[in-house]
Design a protein around this ligand. Structure first.
Ligand SMILES: Cc1ncc(COP(=O)(O)O)c(C=O)c1O
Length: 398
């Protein structure tokens, strides 16, 4: 990796563009096969180095830093915009998915008897704000369940047909527990036909799957940065539709969301105008140069590989696992309709702990979610390692 001077922040290593050598971009993991990117990304060398450089720079705060946090944030906004629709004004920088979803819940109109549709078992950050809002307003929370043989897309479409007065549909693109994929093209059309607002949690897909904001027209969409964007904890993104960039109310009153011009003395009244676009939702406390630098390096790499290339390469890894399960006579353990980057082994309930323990013993790190062993590689893992998962699992069958 040759050093380059990034437009903002300390110098960062140039990302590796060659997908065939992608594993070289990550810190080595020794004998461990880390299959838990859905919890936290494996660490890129460039992310680690960028964080260390920013940490070192921060040791002498009396010296002029190579960039201001505001400049770094704008640079990140432009990078993340390339994963959406290219519009930097659509994005706010937030600490967590739940912060962005609480912002959505605060703004979208909801009244007594209205319905909010979610999936049963979806991640709590995209459940708790809606529970709270329903309690406050007397609205109904509707949990979509999936009947055997019906996929989540069809289950959502059926629920939209059956339920009256659905005002908000809050969904993921990919389920966090087993990687099941939802077809947002079809779902978004039905949501809009029903006159409801769509809210998306893309934490388990942004950085791998393409977005189509023009087609989906969500009111809000969020993603954390520490999974498939390969960045640090505590720095994520909120995309807001044009309407909400104009009239949305943030959940806090941080000065960084206001445009005070050159005069730092905020008047008693009125408050300075909001900054442009979704910047009004920018959260306070995110001006940590270490996190900003790490996030930038992660995005450099995601953008250099490109989401189509990443999805393709991760798809061949999860396909290798599925094939190896078939070959081992464990085809029934596969997850049907999973995304390219996340899947789960579904052993019989009395075997889950034994299979998980055997995998752990073999240095294979995955995670038990509701009795499903979630497998979520990034490109530090090759197809041979994925096949080993099936071999170790088969070894527990005696
Ligand atoms: C789908 C999904 N959304 C959000 C999060 C994290 O949310 P938060 O940033 O609110 O902790 C996770 C973490 O696993 C997740 O899987």
């Amino acid at each position: 990796m040759s050093p380059q001077h990034s437009p903002a922040g300390p110098p960062r290593a140039a990302p590796l563009a060659d997908l065939a050598r992608a594993a070289d971009a990550f810190l080595p993991t020794g004998n461990i096969v880390y299959l838990n990117c859905a919890a936290q990304a494996p660490r890129l060398k460039a992310v680690h180095a960028a964080g260390a450089a920013a940490l070192a720079e921060g040791a002498s705060p009396w010296q002029l830093a190579t960039s201001s946090p505001a400049e770094s944030t704008e640079q990140l906004r432009a990078q993340v915009a390339r994963l959406f629709d290219g519009d930097t004004d659509a994005l706010a920088c937030i600490p967590s998915a739940s912060y962005g979803l609480a912002t959505a819940a605060r703004n979208l109109p909801l009244g007594a008897g209205d319905g909010v549709l979610v999936l049963e078992g979806q991640f709590p950050s995209n459940l708790l704000p809606w529970q709270q809002r329903c309690e406050e307003t007397g609205a109904r929370l509707i949990g979509v369940q999936r009947a055997p043989g019906v996929d989540w897309t069809q289950a959502v479409l059926n629920a939209l047909q059956q339920e009256d007065r659905v005002r908000i549909v809050a969904l993921p693109q990919v389920r966090w527990d087993d990687g099941a994929l939802l077809d947002l093209d079809r779902i978004a059309a039905s949501v809009h036909d029903a006159g409801a607002a769509l809210v998306l949690d893309l934490s388990q897909s942004l950085g791998v799957l393409a977005t189509d904001m023009a087609r989906w027209q969500p009111a809000f969409a969020v993603s954390v940065g520490y999974k498939w964007l390969l960045g640090p904890l505590g720095l994520g993104w909120l995309w807001a539709a044009p309407e909400w960039r104009e009239r949305g109310q943030p959940i806090e009153a941080h000065w960084s969301a206001r445009d005070a011009g050159d005069d730092w003395r905020f008047p008693l009244a009125p408050a300075p105008p909001w900054r442009r676009g979704a910047r009004r939702f920018d959260a306070g406390g995110l001006d940590d140069p270490v996190r900003l630098a790490m996030a930038g390096a992660g995005l450099d790499q995601v953008l250099a590989w490109g989401t189509a290339g990443i999805a393709d390469a991760l798809g061949s890894r999860t396909r290798a696992l599925d094939q190896a399960l078939d070959e081992a006579g464990l085809g029934a353990w596969k997850t049907q309709g999973h995304a390219p980057h996340i899947t789960a082994l579904r052993p019989p309930a009395d075997r889950v702990d034994g299979v998980h323990a055997a995998l752990r013993l073999a240095g294979i790190v995955c995670t038990n979610r509701y009795g499903m062993l979630r497998v979520s590689p990034h490109l530090q893992v090759d197809e041979a390692a994925m096949r080993r998962v099936a071999v170790v699992a088969a070894g527990t069958m005696g």
